[in-house]
Design a protein around this ligand. Structure first.
Ligand code: TRP
Ligand code: SF4
Length: 406
C-alpha cells in the first residue's frame, strides 16, 4: 500500500467495558459513523487490552465484546462501510507487537504517563505486569499493522499515539535502509520531470534544514500527484523527504475526539465508574425513571421555590437535547417557579427516547440474529487480516526474516 492510501486509513479501538452509554454515542460513535463514509476505517474491540488489566477476571470480556459490537451496530457503525472486528481474531497485531518489542526501549514505556497513573488509580489490581507495561506498545501495533494515517482518540490516549509515532520512526530508521537508497532516491527525483524535481528538492531542503512543516506537506502533495514514477519510487521519495530510508511504517496522526460534554445523571461527566449513565439500551421506562430521579437545583425544595437552571444537571441535558425555545421556557419557568421539575424533565426524556428508538430497534434485530453479527465480525477479521498480512510481509522482509533461500 502506498503512503497516499495509508493517509486515508483510520484505525480505532475500544476496550469492551460493558454496555455503552450516551457519552460513548455522542463522543465516539457518532464520529465513527461519519468517518466510515469518508475514510477506510478499521474499528475493533480491544479485548487483549481489556486483558491487560482484567487478566484475573476475564469471564466478562466475551459478553462485553458482544454487547459492545451490538451497540456499535445499533449506533450506525456498519460492517460494510467500515471493517469491524475483534482484536484477538487478528493475530497479526500480536506478531507486530512482538517484532516492535525487540527495539522498544523499556524507558519509553515506563515514562508513558498512563502507566503510573492507571497503576495508582486501579490500586486493587496488580498491574506490575509485562502485559500492562506493554499496553501502549500493543496499541502501537494495532495502529501500525494497518499503516493508518489517522487515529481518532480521546485526550487520554494522545500519549499512546505519540509513542506509536516514535516507534514507527525508530523502526524505519533501523530497518528502512535499502542498499543504495540514496542513489535510488536521487534517480527517482529525476524521473519526475525537471520542474517537479526542482520543486521537490527545494521543499525537501526547506523541511530538513529549517523544519518547515508546510514544505513537508506541500512536498507530499506534490508526490501524490506524480503519475510517471513507480509506486516503489514514490515510497522512496516519501522516505527521502524526512531523511532516513524507506518508510515501512508511516507515522500516524491523532484525530482528537473532543472531550464528551455529555453530563451524567448527577451533573458530573457521564461515566460508568460514576454510575450516572443512560445506556443505549435503556428502555423508555428506564430512561424516564432515571431522569425523574435526577437531582435538581437544591434551592427548589418545594414546587413554589424558584430555581436556577445553571445550578441544575437537568438543564445540562436540555443544552444537549432541546432547542433554544425550550431553553427559554426552562429559564423563564424555573426562575419564576412557573413550571415544576417534572414538567421540565419531560422534553429531555422525550428527546432521549426519540434518539434511542431507532438504535434500539436495530439492537433488537441484531440480538435476535447473532449469526448476522458473527458474520460481520468474521468477515471484518478476514479483511483486517488481509491488510495486516501485507504490512507484516514488508516488516519481516525489512528485518530480514523472509526465509526465501531454503
Ligand atoms: N487504548 C484505547 C482506549 O482505551 C483503545 C485502543 C486499543 C485503541 N488499541 C487502539 C484506540 C488503537 C485507537 C487505536 O481507548
Ligand atoms: Fe432544574 Fe428544570 Fe427544576 Fe429548574 S425546573 S430546577 S432547571 S429541573
Amino acid at each position: 500500500m502506498s503512503s497516499v492510501e495509508s493517509q486515508r486509513r483510520v484505525v480505532s479501538g475500544m476496550r469492551p467495558t460493558g454496555r455503552l452509554h450516551l457519552g460513548h454515542y455522542h463522543g465516539v460513535l457518532k464520529n465513527w459513523v461519519k468517518l466510515q463514509h469518508e475514510y477506510e476505517c478499521f474499528f475493533f474491540a480491544a479485548d487483549w487490552h481489556a486483558l491487560t488489566t482484567l487478566y484475573e477476571t476475564p469471564q466478562d470480556i466475551e459478553q462485553n465484546v458482544w454487547d459492545m459490537m451490538i451497540d456499535w451496530l445499533a449506533a450506525g457503525v456498519s460492517g460494510t462501510s467500515a471493517t469491524m472486528f475483534i482484536q484477538s481474531q487478528v493475530p497479526e497485531h500480536a506478531e507486530l507487537n512482538l517484532l516492535l518489542s525487540m527495539s522498544t526501549p523499556l524507558s519509553w514505556l515506563e515514562r508513558v504517563p498512563t502507566y503510573k497513573d492507571q497503576q495508582e488509580k486501579l490500586r486493587d489490581l496488580d498491574l506490575a505486569t509485562y502485559g500492562f507495561l506493554g499496553y501502549p506498545l500493543l496499541m502501537s501495533a494495532d495502529i501500525l499493522v494497518y499503516r493508518a494515517g489517522l487515529v481518532p482518540v480521546g485526550a487520554d490516549q494522545l500519549s499512546h499515539v505519540e509513542i506509536t509515532r516514535e516507534l514507527a520512526r525508530r523502526f524505519n530508521h533501523l530497518y528502512g535502509k535499502e542498499a543504495g537508497f540514496e542513489d535510488k532516491a536521487r534517480a527517482a527525483i529525476q524521473k519526475m520531470g525537471k520542474k517537479a524535481a526542482k520543486l521537490y528538492s527545494n521543499l525537501r531542503t526547506a523541511y530538513q534544514e529549517k523544519g518547515d512543516a508546510e514544505a513537508l506537506d506541500t512536498a507530499r502533495a506534490l508526490l501524490q500527484e506524480q503519475q510517471n514514477i513507480t509506486l516503489g519510487d514514490k515510497e522512496r521519495l516519501f522516505g527521502y523527504l524526512e531523511g532516513g530510508g524507506k518508510v515501512i511504517l508511516p507515522e500516524p496522526q491523532a484525530l482528537l475526539t473532543p472531550a464528551s460534554k455529555m453530563p451524567g445523571l448527577d451533573g458530573q461527566k457521564m461515566s460508568k465508574s460514576y454510575g450516572n449513565t443512560i445506556t443505549l439500551r435503556d428502555t423508555t421506562d428506564e430512561v424516564s425513571e432515571k431522569v425523574r430521579r435526577m437531582p435538581t437545583d437544591p434551592a427548589r425544595v418545594r414546587r413554589t421555590d424558584p430555581g436556577d437552571p445553571d445550578k441544575c444537571p437537568v438543564y445540562q441535558l436540555h443544552l444537549v437535547y432541546t432547542d433554544k425555545a425550550t431553553h427559554d421556557w426552562v429559564n423563564q419557568g424555573c426562575r419564576s417557579a412557573g413550571i415544576g421539575c417534572l414538567d421540565c424533565k419531560k422534553p429531555v426524556i422525550d428527546a432521549i427516547c426519540t434518539e434511542l428508538a431507532p438504535m434500539q430497534a436495530r439492537a433488537v434485530e441484531y440480538e435476535n440474529n447473532p449469526d448476522a453479527v458473527r458474520l460481520i465480525l468474521t468477515e471484518g477479521a478476514e479483511r483486517a487480516r488481509d491488510a495486516a498480512r501485507d504490512t507484516l510481509a514488508e516488516v519481516r522482509q525489512a528485518i530480514g526474516l523472509n526465509y526465501r533461500r531454503g
